[in-house]
Design a protein around this ligand. Structure first.
Ligand code: SF4
Length: 448
């Protein structure tokens, strides 16, 4: 929530001197509100106005970075309550928790670090390792952090309530900007000093009382820590949903700065099983965690969570698309089948995956349907006979194949006659409706 043009105007000199390049101070203010100008363009803004404008134009939820380099986690800076209002930008980091006395810590760190799955052309990965000082011993904690670092390139969350143990771990890992977890009403002073001296972000935790959490936030920020994450202390489905929504609403609707920080959530705490942990984690991904800590690392749980996260953190107005054009699946020859589909990523990857799985090399034409799936594009007039014919004619496919047969998706069977009219000399074949039926179709029905 930025300032309105009128709010900004009240802080400007109001002399209309035009030196900023705008005819009036009001015009300049309006442009500033739309983020179309820089405040520095006006040489006459007072220091007080600069401070007020900078504070007021800060994002309602601070952007906090954990870790550094390519795999850093950046969370916060969201501006809407609902994804359909705009977009959620900074997807929550999924972090695996390991105890510092777990003999498998190195293996878990290595597996989490290298875990990657590809979906609709994007690589989905985990984001961090949380090391818990379960031993209560500073040296064991520091050693565990060393082991995690040796086995993983992921950002770290250091979990201890003991300042001595935390400092021992920070001596090992501070250069990697781990998240310090957590300052509490009992230890905040020492933890604030650690966050400042080691220049690391700091999580703060209270036990479900948001006013106490705000007081804690006030204490650490006044003491000089700017990068804060919040653990409101609530666990389980109902309570944590209520708290997360309240925190987001306070930040966005009330502009309540003290709680305008990203949330760290612990999905496994209070969950009675791995399945329940996954459900709680899914809720936190949807509303509104910045980091979700998981106690289990099971690919069958992680993959759906990453898929959910990918679905939520994409722009609802811009479907994920692939470039239109001619694609080869396997090494197609002149007598290989030619299929056409649309450029919605999920459609493309589903179809190309099934063609690949069939073991029949094929040519796959992808029509520009503005990123819509076959039926949606057809209903919107973006995937019709004319579009199909144009895609074929401009693809150069007739120089690569010895036949003139085109397989269209079964869902648009109704287009076959019209497409034959648009493509004289071509035979339009109606393929299966569902991608899953592509293999039997290519093996049993297709003939060059
Ligand atoms: Fe107003 Fe400053 Fe622009 Fe002059 S330079 S018109 S004072 S905003």
């Amino acid at each position: 929530m930025g300032l309105s043009g009128l709010d900004i105007y009240k802080l400007l000199p109001k002399t209309n001197c035009k030196e900023c390049g705008f005819p009036t101070c009001l015009a300049f203010a309006m442009k500033l509100a739309q983020k179309g100008a820089e405040l520095s363009a006006c040489p006459y803004v007072t220091e007080e106005a600069k401070t007020a404008l900078a504070a007021a134009s800060a994002p309602p939820i601070r952007l906090v970075t954990v870790g550094k380099g390519e795999r850093k986690i950046e969370v916060g800076n969201e501006v809407v309550l609902f994804r359909h209002d705009k977009t959620f930008y900074h997807q929550p980091g999924l972090v695996i928790r390991v105890k510092d006395n777990d003999p498998h810590l190195g293996d878990v760190a290595a597996q989490a670090s290298s875990y990657v799955v590809e979906r609709v052309g994007m690589k989905l990965t985990l984001d961090g390792i949380a090391i818990e000082n379960a031993s209560g011993d500073a040296a064991t904690f520091a050693k565990a952090v060393e082991t995690a670092k040796a086995n993983s390139t992921l950002p770290l969350v250091l979990m201890s309530s003991d300042a001595t143990a935390m400092e021992a771990a920070l001596k090992v890992a501070a250069a990697d900007k781990p998240l310090i977890y957590a300052a509490t009403p009992g230890n905040w002073s020492a933890f604030t000093e650690l966050a400042k001296s080691y220049a690391c972000p700091l999580a703060i935790r209270d036990s479900g009382d948001l006013s106490a959490l705000a007081t804690l936030a006030e204490n650490v920020t006044k003491a000089g820590v700017a990068d804060v994450m919040l653990d409101p202390g609530t666990r389980g489905l109902a309570e944590s949903l209520a708290t997360s929504v309240q925190l987001r609403r306070l930040a966005l609707k009330k502009n309540f700065r003290l709680l305008g920080f990203p949330i760290i959530a612990f999905a496994g705490e209070g969950a009675s099983s791995e399945e329940e942990e996954a459900i709680v984690a899914a809720q936190h991904i949807a509303k509104y965690a910045g980091i979700v800590v998981l106690d289990h690392f099971s690919p069958h749980v992680i993959y759906p969570l990453m898929t959910l996260r990918q679905n939520i953190y994409t722009d609802p107005q811009k479907p994920i698309q692939v470039s239109p054009g001619l694609y080869q699946v396997g090494e197609p020859k002149e007598n290989s089948p030619l299929l056409i589909t649309t450029n919605f990523s999920l459609t493309y990857f589903t179809v190309s995956g099934e063609v690949e799985g069939s073991g029949v090399p094929a040519w796959l034409l992808v029509a520009d349907a503005e990123g819509m799936s076959v039926l949606t594009a057809w209903a919107a007039g973006k995937f019709d006979a004319e579009k199909i014919a144009k895609t074929v004619k401009t693809s150069g496919i007739d120089e690569k194949i010895a036949h003139k047969k085109l397989v269209i998706p079964g869902y648009v069977a109704t287009l076959s006659g019209e497409t034959e009219e648009e493509l004289p000399g071509w035979q339009i074949m109606v393929g299966p409706r569902e991608a899953v039926d592509i293999t039997p179709y290519l093996k049993n029905v297709w003939k060059p």
